[in-house]
Write a protein that binds this ligand. Sequence first.
Ligand SMILES: Cc1cc2nc3c(=O)[nH]c(=O)nc-3n(C[C@H](O)[C@H](O)[C@H](O)COP(=O)(O)OP(=O)(O)OC[C@H]3O[C@@H](n4cnc5c(N)ncnc54)[C@H](O)[C@@H]3O)c2cc1C
Length: 421
Amino acid sequence: MTAAGSDVLQPGRLWWNWFGEQYFVPAHTVSPRTEEDVRQAVVTAARLGLPVRSSGKGHANPAVVPTSGVHIDFSTFSQVIAVDKDLMRVTVQPGISVGELSRYLRTQGMSLNNQGDIDTQSVCGAIMTATHGAGITLPCMSAQLIAARIVLADGSFLDLSAEADGELFKAFQASIGMFGVVVSMTLQAVPSFNILKRSWNADIEDCLGGLHQRLEDNRTFWFFWLPRRESADLFVLPSGVPNKASRDYDICHMRSYNAVPVDEPAPASEPGAQFDHSSVIFPNIYEPNFREIEYAVPFDDFEATFDEVRHLFLTKHTDFTFPVECRPVKADDSYLSAYAERDGYALSVSGPLDVSTWTMLRDVDAIFERHDGRPHWGKHHFMTPARLEKLYPRYDAFKKMRREIDPAGMFLNDHLRALFA
Ligand SMILES: Cc1cc2nc3c(=O)[nH]c(=O)nc-3n(C[C@H](O)[C@H](O)[C@H](O)COP(=O)(O)OP(=O)(O)OC[C@H]3O[C@@H](n4cnc5c(N)ncnc54)[C@H](O)[C@@H]3O)c2cc1C
């Protein structure tokens, strides 16, 4: 433990996110080793009148982390604190990556119910931004959170739980770090399972025509639409999968995941299939070569929205080649997740890290706006308070709670103040 509070505040160090798009040098950097280090950092920041922002593994695109004040870097604050095998619950430090947690759970006979398509982000970053996988019965990761400990602006610890704190907990669940600094989180896990993953390519007509049946038949069904022949190379999509497509562009790369209890034998192997533990199958590999927005439209609006996006890429933005990723996600009861009280379909659209990509993303944003699309807090978006007011039934309630819990706005930065002050 650090003896004097100010010792934990080191001179500010340059920080940049995974994409290299966001970077800043804060007044002070903190690399905590204990919860008390975090508390001391917040108390000292308050005394100096400095704002505080935290980071996990820096995979969020927008400026959710940059601060001129105190930056608390949780990338190595990443231990498992406790596990309850009977209740299948695990308590972790916030910087542990989804992959580290997932692999740890495997050793304890458990799995995460669902996770995103990478596992290198932190558990806290994933939960604070409502990171999700795919599946109409599977909510985002914020819904796996059942308790958390945070340091408030006055330096006190607050223990929050879904059971005891009702509305406050729901508001906290996807709050982008605006309530305080998270020092631990307890997640609900499920019994360990393997996944049979199938991947194949087919025409877009085949994909959309069979969509609802495939969603019903599989724990998880999702797809990438490939507008051009080169599209598959850009997200490192595998090329050796069964190909039922009649052409080489305007096709889909589809994937289904189905759970198999770990004590059941592996199914017979088939082309394009993989079978392994959930912690191995869930994650994919991406390169930081893209700029992305992702919005979730209401589930029933997906096909109309997708048609417009496809039309835009086939007629106007014909130079853009990155795949469009489409994933259904079940509703949850948090205040700010993109799936708050609404089943959603997430459409993710990307282009290269060029200035011209913004023009294309603006056009896509206009389509999403017409369909009441809600942003992913960890990806770029073009939100304004007026749009948020329309999209989130509990936006005003969230802001009221945020002001009560952090009246001086210590945990805001410019990006968040514009939307949530
Ligand atoms: C290649 C790639 C693939 C992705 N795949 C998916 C996917 O499949 N599904 C999906 O939904 N998303 C996906 N994402 C988005 C990603 O999950 C989110 O951006 C997530 O927030 C990243 O977590 P991080 O640890 O990197 O967070 P950071 O960027 O470090 O932080 C994210 C937010 O969490 C807050 N935070 C972090 N730690 C703390 C703390 N201790 N206390 C308070 N606040 C804290 C930060 O202040 C910030 O607001 C992907 C991103 C990339 C780059």
